[in-house]
Ligand binder design. Sequence first.
Ligand SMILES: [Fe+2]
Length: 164
Amino acid sequence: MAQDVNWYWQKVEKILHDDVHMIDHTKKVLEYVQQIASDQIGIGIEEKRRIEVIALLHDIGILAAEKKHGSRAGKFQHIEGPPLVREITKQAEEKPEFIERVAYIVGNHHNFSKADGIDFQILIEADMLVNLQNEKIKKNRLEEFIDKFFKTKKGKELARQIYL
Ligand SMILES: [Fe+2]
């Protein structure tokens, strides 16, 4: 029996325990993922659940990255995230394809060129919606960036609403 979002939340909160910022960040990314996925035609219930799990687990390796490599940089998160993803999704009794897909996206989510599906795309858009304020993009390039980066209708709409 696979598990629902609440079950995953408990795991995530345990691993990110006292990092209020990361818990808050994960919560926001999950909300955006849900908004974008709900607006997207052709995403079934099971795919939506997988995308939610991806959002919940996408930064799960961040504390391990800091502990083992002394850095929260994406490349270290990409190393430390997937083993945690496999551990948690196995506990949740997910199917092997599910486990590998979530591990792949978590292990590559800062490499936008690796985005090879709508699930990956939705995650990076949701993450960017939260993080865009920290990106060093000049105001006059922002609109161009949003139009290029965001591919889903809802993602584009939200980015324009928040940042333009
Ligand atoms: Fe993130």
